[in-house]
Ligand binder design. Structure first.
Ligand code: PMP
Length: 408
């Protein structure tokens, strides 16, 4: 790597990629490149990566068919003066896939609009819901990106204006009903499927409450889309959203996102007085080529692979003595103390594994990767137990990873 003589940047462009979120003076500071399930760090070492680029790495690094198709499109052009023809093709592939997998949806009844990031998707979904309903207030559960509308309730909210958004807790229909009344009229309820399992009847009750209050149901599938099932969490839990948001894995590392939902809502984008959502790089042809390739490669067998690898990883980590929550395609180790967490992250790192939260399998992870990870996690656990809580605290107290959002 070329040596830099400038002052280093104070923080990475993406907060949760910043090395300080792994620990004080964490090495490696940078990733140089990736291949399959592994990455090369700027410290010259190779790591098995369970973070999968915060869930945007779906196929594994350097998946040949994907790479070739994206490379070809780079040569053919990225940005144009009219929409690229792939926009129509990729939109059709997405609505066909989701229209046949999400309960209550059908391809003809769906509309779609592209953005680049998950934040684009959730922000346009909320704007559309406000326009369609003529209401302002939004009820929100979970994280939906860095848009002002969503982050205003999460300290530190410097520079963020209040935008009529109120939090509600997942899995509690009584509280949701209370919020729908208390903040009436509500334009939309937006939520992501978190690590917890929904209580029986939760999603059906949520759908019913939204209908009774005339609020749109927006499902944020930025993490779960295509991973939990071809139709995302909506398919797994049998819920019919009015609008759903997709990002991360759709481009397998390239920046493309979209919202999909009832077609009549999407007519609002083509009116003479439209809902305004527009950006130079939306519909970029290289991003579209990436999504086009993902949609050709991705199928039931690939989703099953994520579940198998993910569930084996979860089971193995539990046997090794860890408290693991979540689901195969995305799980989380709950450490008892921040010191245990810091010890685990650095202990795994020292042995060649990048594990922070959450653990997200991709298509390149193998059973062998799982076995090596579990054996190593067991070793780290034994070392942790050997230390005891006081020694652990003394060792790790000055090296704790930064935490920005507690509980998010
Ligand atoms: N929704 C959810 C559920 C997310 O996890 C994230 C990002 N982690 C976003 C939205 C925002 O996506 P992005 O970071 O691509 O803007």
């Amino acid at each position: 790597m070329q040596e830099t003589h400038l002052n280093p940047l104070p923080i990475a462009a993406t907060f949760s990629k910043d090395p300080s979120f792994w620990g004080v003076d964490f090495e490696p500071q940078y990733i140089v490149h990736g291949d399959g399930s592994h990455v090369l760090g700027s410290d010259g070492r190779i790591y098995l990566d369970w973070v999968s680029a915060l869930g945007s790495n779906l196929l594994g690094y350097n998946y040949q068919e994907f790479v070739l198709r994206v490379q070809r499109q780079v040569g053919l052009g990225a940005g144009f003066s009219l929409p690229h023809w792939l926009e129509q093709q990729v939109a059709e592939k997405i609505v066909t896939l989701l229209g046949t997998h999400v309960s209550g949806w059908n391809p003809e009844g769906l509309g779609l609009r592209f953005g680049k990031t998950g934040t684009d998707a959730t922000t346009m979904a909320v704007r559309l819901a406000r326009a369609v309903t003529g209401r302002e207030r939004i009820l929100s559960s979970g994280y939906h990106g860095w848009g002002s509308w969503s982050i205003s309730k999460t300290p530190p909210a410097w520079g963020v204006l209040e935008e009529g958004v109120f939090d509600f807790p997942f899995n509690d229909l009584d509280k949701l009903a209370f919020c729908l009344d208390a903040y009436s009229p509500v334009a939309a309820v937006i939520l992501e499927q978190p690590m917890q399992n929904p209580n029986p009847g939760y999603y059906a009750g949520l759908r019913k409450l939204c209908d009774e209050h005339g609020a749109l149901l927006i499902l944020d599938e930025v993490v779960t889309g295509f991973r939990y099932a071809l139709g995302g969490a909506a398919e797994v839990y049998g819920v019919e959203p009015d609008i759903a948001c997709y990002g991360k894995s759709l481009g397998n590392g390239m920046a493309i996102s979209c919202i999909v939902g009832r077609r009549e809502y999407f007519d609002w984008f083509s009116r003479n007085d439209p809902v305004f959502v527009s950006s130079t790089h939306f519909g970029n042809a290289v991003d579209l080529a990436a999504a086009d390739a993902v949609l050709d490669i991705w199928g039931e067998a690939q989703v099953a692979h994520l579940w198998r690898i993910g569930l084996d990883l979860m089971d193995g980590l539990k046997v090794a003595g860890y408290d693991v929550i979540g689901h195969g395609p995305r799980s989380l180790i709950q450490h008892k103390t921040p010191y245990e967490r810091a010890f685990f992250i650095t202990g795994m790192r020292d042995r060649g594994f990048l594990m922070n939260r959450p653990n997200i399998p991709n298509l390149a992870h193998s059973s062998w990767d799982v076995m090596k990870t579990i054996a190593t996690a067991l070793e780290v656990k034994a070392e942790m137990l050997n230390c005891g809580p006081e020694e652990l605290e003394a060792k790790m107290k000055d090296k704790l990873p930064r935490v920005l959002f507690e509980g998010r």
